[in-house]
Each structure stands twice: as structure tokens, then as C-alpha cells.
Design a protein around this ligand. Structure first.
Ligand SMILES: Nc1ncnc2c1ncn2[C@@H]1O[C@H](COP(=O)(O)OP(=O)(O)OP(=O)(O)O)[C@@H](O)[C@H]1O
Ligand SMILES: [Mg+2]
Length: 332
């Protein structure tokens, strides 16, 4: 049985449906990312799970209990938002202690021990006497995380917790959050619109668009077998390629590229643009039939091939990498 279940959730604001019959099951200990473009309903779904918003229809079932009408305070979750929401006039330790002090089952000594324990977990012990303004964004967000997990909640809700941070801190914190989540085995739902974040952190991804769930699956499944063209385009980059049997999707890293003409199965094209991406170069090509196909190559290979704009190239697309979509007509 799943630990957290949303059943047939429907919600509208001002006559506009923002969640249309959404269903999801989350297992105990899982980290699930809700991924989708701005305005698709991610935060609303998270707020309904927290009890901060009521659904018009549907149920929220937590640990076998129907919690649809339960007040947020009785739902036993920890929550972290994009803005750290720390108290500026309290030290880091006091911020973490604040929620703990309402826990009647712990005495002062135990509360303090718990605060120090979670501050140790997020590696902030040496900063415990500082004020939020004296910490970096990443450290402040780790404080917010410590505060959320200090209460040993049944589950953790994270709404774009990393989106205010710069790229480097963000990718470091992704791994840290993931590690802590694993160590604690805490069921976690994290909202993000960053596909890379979802791919690196999640056990499973719920891909949303326009108030509905488009696909649920492991990072590998949604990347390698996207259910439709929306998922294919939203997660990573997908080329759409037509041959005489239909239209197919193919990832840029699954295409071979050469400058020497080779027998059959190679398509002729011309390089229109080299997009430098660090270790990799995305080579944008135009085929003889005007179809545009990009190919990702290691920068080293592009140098070795002496590849430049207007070069004639030959592309090989292997059948096993082709993905066919039922909804492809609307995408091309
Ligand atoms: N309290 C509200 N009153 C009216 N409309 C709302 C309210 N909350 C959300 N909406 C609308 O519902 C839709 C979904 O909003 P939601 O915040 O769930 O999107 P989101 O996927 O979290 O987007 P983002 O990535 O930008 O945070 C949006 O069109 C939003 O304007
Ligand atoms: Mg949101």
C-alpha cells in the first residue's frame, strides 16, 4: 500500500481548472519530484497535500487515513519553500529550536540536543550562533531544511527549495538533500520546474502540464521512454525525424555523425550551427529534406573532425533509438 495517495483531485480557481482529476501514489521513503512548466498546478497540488488548500473534489490519503479535511497542523509534515522564511532576529540554532519548543514530549535539554543533531546533519554546527543575514543562500536553505526535519515529520514537502540559489550551490545542495533524505528514509515530495534537478534527485518523477499528469516514472523511464511529445520535449532535447513509416523521436546523443560518406542508412545533412556546451558540443544540422536534427558530440570529437559550419555531414540513426508517439502530429 502506498504511503501517500492523492485520488482524483480536482481544483479550480475563479472558474479555471488548475488540477484535473490528478492521481498519484507515493511509497514510503521515496523521493518524488513533481516536474512541470510554470503555472501547471505543481504548488497547488503540494498545498493540497499539506492541507493548505482544499480540493474541490478528490481525496488525500496519508498512511491509510483519509486526511482530505484534516488541518495542516495535524498532518505531520515538514515544509521548505523557495524563500527560506527564517526569522532574521534569531540565530540559526534558535531558528531550528523554534519549532521544537512546541514539542511537549521533549524537555529543553532534548530540544537542544535535537537542534544540534540536525544542524550537524546539514553541516551547519559551526554557524549555529550566526544570524540568517550572515549566511549564504545555500546555508540559509540548509537551515530551513534542518528546521523542517528537526520535528521528525512523517513526510517532507519541498517547493522549489533550490531555485533561488546559483547553479553551483544548487547542484551541490541537490546531492546533500538527496543524501540526508536517504539517511533518514523520509518520504519526500519536491516541486521543481528544473528537469535536471528532477532527473538527478528523484526516485520517480511526476511530469505535469496544464493541470494534468502526463507521465509518472523513474528518471530513466521518462527520459528514455517519454510517453508523449510534451514529456519528450520538456525533459532533455528530442529531435523529431520522419521516414517512410512515420515520425519518430530521437535523442541528440543517440545519433552518429561522420564527415566521410558511408554506405546506406546514413542521412546527408549540412552543419548550420555549433553550440558549445563545455565538455560537449551540440551540432545543429539541416538534412536534405530540410528536417533539422541536432547531434551531441564530445568537444574532443568535434575538434578531431575539424567540424565547422556548412560542412557536409552524414548522420546515422539506429532503429533501436527511435521512439514513436501517438500524438506526434501536433508536435511537428
Ligand atoms: N490562490 C489562488 N487564486 C487564484 N489562482 C491561483 C491561486 N493559486 C494558484 N492559482 C493559479 O493556478 C494555476 C496553477 O498555479 P500553481 O501555483 O499551482 O502553479 P505552479 O505549477 O506551481 O507554477 P510555478 O512553477 O510558476 O510555481 C496558475 O494559473 C495560478 O495562477
Ligand atoms: Mg509553484
Amino acid at each position: 500500500m502506498s504511503y501517500l495517495k492523492v485520488e482524483n483531485i480536482y481544483k479550480q480557481f475563479g472558474g479555471k481548472a488548475v488540477l484535473k482529476n490528478v492521481n498519484a501514489d507515493i511509497e514510503k521513503g521515496e523521493l518524488v519530484c513533481i516536474l512541470g512548466p510554470s503555472g501547471c498546478g505543481k504548488t497547488t497540488l503540494l498545498r493540497i497535500i499539506a492541507g493548505l488548500e482544499n480540493p474541490d473534489q478528490g481525496k488525500v490519503i496519508i498512511d491509510g487515513k483519509d486526511c482530505t479535511n484534516l488541518a495542516p497542523a495535524k498532518r505531520n509534515f515538514g515544509i521548505v519553500f523557495q524563500s527560506y522564511a527564517l526569522f532574521p532576529n534569531m540565530t540559526i540554532e534558535q531558528n531550528v529550536l523554534f519549532g521544537l519548543s512546541e514539542q511537549k514530549k521533549l524537555n529543553k535539554e532534548q530540544q537542544r540536543a535535537k537542534a544540534l543533531e540536525v544542524l550537524g546533519l546539514v553541516d551547519l554546527l559551526e554557524h549555529k550562533n550566526k544570524y540568517p543575514a550572515q549566511l549564504s543562500g545555500g546555508q540559509q536553505q540548509r537551515t530551513a531544511l534542518a528546521r523542517a526535519i528537526a520535528l521528525s515529520p512523517g513526510y517532507l514537502l519541498l517547493d522549489e527549495p533550490l531555485s533561488a540559489l546559483d547553479a553551483k550551490v544548487r547542484s551541490k545542495l541537490r546531492l546533500e538533500i538527496r543524501k540526508i533524505q536517504r539517511e533518514l528514509g523520509i518520504t519526500t515530495i519536491m516541486v521543481t520546474h528544473d528537469q535536471e534537478e528532477a532527473l538527478t534527485m528523484a526516485d520517480r518523477i511526476i511530469v505535469m502540464n496544464n493541470a494534468v499528469i502526463e507521465q509518472v516514472g523513474t528518471p530513466r523511464t521518462v527520459y528514455e521512454n517519454p510517453a508523449n511529445t510534451f514529456v519528450a520535449n520538456f525533459i532533455g532535447t528530442m529531435n523529431f525525424y520522419e521516414n517512410n513509416t512515420g515520425t519518430f523521436g530521437i535523442r541528440p546523443e543517440n545519433i552518429e555523425l561522420t564527415k566521410n560518406e558511408l554506405p546506406d542508412s546514413f542521412l546527408t545533412g549540412k552543419v548550420c550551427f555549433l553550440e558549445f556546451k563545455g565538455a560537449m558540443v551540440r551540432v545543429h544540422n539541416k538534412l536534405y529534406n530540410n528536417c533539422e536534427i541536432c547531434v551531441d558530440l564530445p568537444a574532443e570529437k568535434v575538434r578531431a573532425l575539424e567540424l565547422k559550419e556548412n560542412d557536409t555531414v552524414y548522420l546515422k540513426i539506429t532503429d533501436r533509438h527511435l521512439i514513436q508517439y501517438a500524438d506526434v502530429q501536433e508536435a511537428v
